[in-house]
Design a protein around this ligand. Structure first.
Ligand SMILES: [Mg+2]
Length: 112
């Protein structure tokens, strides 16, 4: 079993033991990903990046884990293969951001 599959198994065991899948429809999982991303942002609000990391690294890693957990739940429920969807998105990003046009630039693909 690869590491991602192992994580999904652990997450699904956790929610099945609690009978929580009934609450985990795709819409609410998507909302939860966004809410957890906001909780992650809270750790950076009014601080420089380095300052936030120094002060809040534990909370940052916990919120990042929440985002990943909800993302793995959603991908599992929609029967999406994480490796496939990430590789496909990287291919799309590669086309949008060819190295010769985007290297060292922080512009959106529509502006390069
Ligand atoms: Mg959280």
């Amino acid at each position: 079993m690869d590491e991602i599959t192992e994580l999904i198994t652990l997450i699904n065991e956790f929610r099945d033991e609690r009978d929580w899948r009934q609450f985990h429809n795709p819409k609410d999982l998507a909302i939860s990903i966004s809410l957890e991303a906001s909780e992650l942002l809270e750790n950076f609000q009014w601080k420089e990046s380095n300052e936030a990391i120094q002060e809040n690294k534990n909370d940052i890693q916990r919120e990042l884990a929440d985002i990943i957990i909800y993302s793995l739940m959603l991908s599992s429920d929609l029967e999406l293969n994480i490796e496939d969807i990430v590789k496909n998105k990287l291919k799309e990003n590669n086309l949008k951001y060819p190295v010769d046009k985007s290297r060292g630039l922080n512009k959106k693909y529509t502006d390069i």
